[in-house]
Design a binder for this molecule. Structure first.
Ligand code: BGC
Length: 753
């Protein structure tokens, strides 16, 4: 198809009209030239195809029945690329059957604070994990000929004042933490569209950030798809078009299209920019035209698949008395309304009209041959916070009667939503009190926690057993029952840290910020990067999750940048393990995290089986972002590569030596600290003569007498001084001109080196 030719036939008005939606969900079409439109739909873990729009509320209106998969927090806990590719593929098929062209997901913003209202949709606090999993998801959806929308680009890490908030974040942190996940996903899966976020970054509205959209995304990362605005996220249409935002969503009723036309006519916008934009849009439209004969998905079958997926997304956090897997021959009290009515998704634009939902109680009753009694324990509507004594008493009696209890607690629906953040990290008092009272009476208590992001656990020391379901989608209940009774061994691992309390979170002091400004003062120390550096106690660390079997990490071998490890299932049952690789930098010129995730693989091992797992690292695995040159740098030194089953349990390690391939050897100035001149090997050969020029004569004589090399820091206490400080009168007369001349000579020698 000759897209350029089509563009050449369009009028200015027609071109401008293509740059915004036709309505809430469709792109614009041009009947005159037979240019079709395509339809987009939320969302990241299930279709939310709107069939009847409610004009007053963007998330209301009827949506088609669909499969709800575990939300992002759960999907990421699977750490399973193939599984997430499969989810993407299934969603792509379902979307195709609904004649959808673009699925608005995945959502991968970094979990900076546990209270972000959308954390349940997001993948991780770690950009490597989030980026790799997002790429798998996108490749899965797009393998079915349906496009995706990677969102929300970028630095959209809280919902508080989400349309106007202004994260203040330094370049290194941006690159290493907040852009990396997007970068990986773009490079490894080229999503059809990218949705820019509502917020500003360092004062610039993302919708019109030419640096980010045209520069970083397209020029640097080679992105070939289109950028669309988050719904209602447009500010200055002309500037944003120039910056690289192709489509404004939803329609502005033509108002902003007219602005584009006017700007071109008045010479404020180069028409060639508009042409390029329209070319990109049409390429995407034609590439993702709906398939007319695609069959509708079998939603009942998909619900079974969603349960299979959910099995890998739930995380066993504590099993100190081996109460799990449950013994089906003993009576069991199922306590808590989530047991009969599990919360399986969050609120907002990712909300799915689930065709089927499997709740735990039904399946627990199937697995448990002995009696199962049930008590709701708390209310899920009305005053959800205050403990209800009558319900608690009933629950305690039920638990005592059975002699053991499975207590379902978690965050009620309205606690986690798009558009607002949680007030704190607390569970409702009614849930905390229920656990406390049951655990006091019945030692064999298993707590099942359902939420989309970390919560404080004031009862943690009093319970031996804890299972986290996250928000498990349509098949949550079925998956959970299978896990509880050992039909499958748990294999989920946390993709985020569970801190003890909200005050421990590195963003705590700078959240929510000062009016719109939110200073990301913790820098790159987000999540485990912070807790580990500070050696802080957390409830559950990043990468952690138990299994019913045991794995031993036997051997590690490094060959260049390839690392191989041998892992064995030393338990009695089959299970999956997430093998995680972390890189620890050598002593660095800049402050760096103690370790960072740079590889992971999930493997299945039968009892007694061993497998070798291979990781191939690249330069980025060792690099930090050097703001002096705006590029990635691998410093010379010994990097320790740790491998194990969580961020804090890495029994294997090996050292890999790296050499800085592009050392930073800048010209010096009269204000370069002497320490930088001493330490940079790039100045070898020209350094001593220069330094001696500034060394006080008596010190110099002393040093020479002792035979000490002038660059030795021990005799050089003035290492942070800079040449300009050596200007002085008297008998050691050194003038500014002398300094300038020495600096000049130094730099000349450097040039000719
Ligand atoms: C959300 C997006 C969503 C869009 C369309 C926005 O409010 O931020 O994630 O895709 O609405 O529903």
């Amino acid at each position: 198809m000759d897209i350029k030719h089509i563009v050449s036939q369009l009028t200015l008005e027609e071109k401008a009209s293509l740059c915004s939606g036709a309505d809430d969900w469709h792109t614009e079409k041009i009947d005159r030239l037979g240019i079709p439109n395509i339809m987009m739909s939320d969302g990241p873990h299930g279709l939310r195809k709107v069939v009847d729009v409610d004009e007053n509320e963007i998330w209301k209106g009827a949506t088609v029945k669909a499969t709800c998969y575990p939300s992002g927090a759960g999907l990421a806990s699977s750490w399973n690329r193939e599984l997430i590719y499969g989810v993407g593929k299934a969603l792509g098929k379902e979307a195709k059957g609904e004649k959808l062209s673009i699925l608005l997901g995945p959502a991968i913003n970094i979990k900076r604070s546990p209270v972000c209202g959308r954390n349940f949709e997001y993948y991780s606090e770690d950009p490597f994990l989030a980026g790799k999993l997002a790429a798998s998801f996108i490749n899965g959806v797009q393998s079915e000929g349906v496009g995706t929308s990677l969102k929300h680009f970028a630095v959209n890490n809280h919902e508080y004042r989400r349309h106007s908030t202004n994260p203040i974040v330094d370049m290194r942190t941006l690159r290493e933490i907040y852009l990396t996940a997007f970068e990986i996903a773009v490079k490894e899966s080229n999503p059809a569209t990218i949705m820019h976020s509502y917020n500003r970054i360092n004062g610039c509205q993302v919708s019109k950030s030419k640096w980010l959209l045209d520069g970083v995304l397209r020029d640097e990362w080679g992105y070939e798809g289109i950028v669309i605005s988050d719904w209602g996220g447009m500010n200055d249409r002309v500037a944003s078009l120039d910056a690289g935002c192709d489509i404004e969503m939803p329609s502005s009723g033509g108002v902003r299209d007219d602005m584009i036309v006017k700007a071109v006519k008045e010479g404020r916008l180069d028409e060639r920019i508009l042409d390029k934009t329209v070319e990109r849009i049409l390429k995407t439209v034609y590439k993702y035209l709906p398939e007319n004969n695609a069959p509708k998905a079998d939603l009942e079958k998909n619900c079974g698949y969603a349960a299979f997926v959910a099995e890998e997304t739930m995380v066993l956090l504590k099993n100190e008395k081996n109460l799990l897997p449950l013994d089906g021959e003993r009576p069991l009290a199922v306590i808590g309304e989530f047991g009969s009515n599990i919360r399986f998704q969050g609120r907002g634009s990712s909300r799915v009209n689930a065709a089927y939902v499997e709740h735990p109680l039904k399946y627990i009753k199937r697995f448990n041959k002995a009696e199962v009694c049930y008590a709701p324990g708390y209310e899920l509507s009305g005053d959800v916070n205050t403990p209800n004594e009558a319900l608690i008493n009933e629950a305690v009696a039920c638990a005592k009667k059975c002699g053991r209890a499975l207590v379902f607690i978690g965050l009620p629906d309205e606690f986690e939503s798009e558009s607002y953040d949680r007030a704190d990290m607390r569970l409702p008092d009614s849930h905390n009190e229920l656990v406390r009272r049951i655990a006091e009476e019945v030692p064999d208590t298993v707590v099942v926690l359902t939420c989309g992001s970390p919560v404080e656990m004031p009862w943690l020391d009093r319970v031996s057993t804890l299972f986290l379901t996250y928000l498990g989608g349509s098949g949550a209940g079925l998956a959970l029952a299978g896990l509880l009774y050992g039909a499958v061994s748990p294999s989920g691992k946390l993709a985020e840290t569970f801190p003890v309390k909200i005050e421990d979170n590195p963003a705590y002091l700078n959240y929510p910020g000062i009016y719109d400004d939110v200073v990301y003062a913790e820098g790159v120390f987000v999540g485990y990067r912070y807790y580990q550096k500070k050696k802080m106690k957390v409830n559950f660390p990043f990468g952690f999750g138990l299994s019913y079997t045991k794995f031993s990490y036997d051997e590690i071998v490094a060959d260049g940048d390839r690392v191989k490890v041998k892992v064995t299932n030393v338990g009695k049952i089959a299970g999956k393990e997430v093998v995680q690789l972390y890189v620890c930098p050598p002593k660095s010129a800049v402050v760096r995290p103690d370790r960072e995730l740079k590889g992971f693989t999930k493997i299945f091992l039968a009892p007694g089986e061993s497998k070798w797992v291979e990781f191939t690292l690249d330069d980025r695995s060792f690099a930090y972002y050097d703001v002096r040159v705006n590029d990635w740098r691998v410093e010379t030194g010994d990097y320790t590569v740790f491998v194990g089953g969580s961020s804090v349990d890495t029994p294997l390690s090996v050292v890999i030596k790296k050499q800085d391939k592009n050392p930073y050897v800048p010209e010096i100035t009269d204000n370069t600290p002497l320490i930088d001149i001493i330490n940079n090997p790039g100045y070898d050969g020209i350094r001593d003569e220069f330094l001696l020029g500034f060394f006080k004569p008596e010190m110099r004589i002393e040093a020479e007498k002792k035979g000490i090399h002038v660059s030795n820091q021990t005799v050089f206490p003035r290492k942070y001084q800079t040449p300009r400080m050596y200007v002085r009168g008297g008998k050691d007369t050194v003038t500014e001109d002398d300094i300038a001349e020495s600096v000049k000579q130094f730099n000349n020698k450097l040039k000719n080196k």
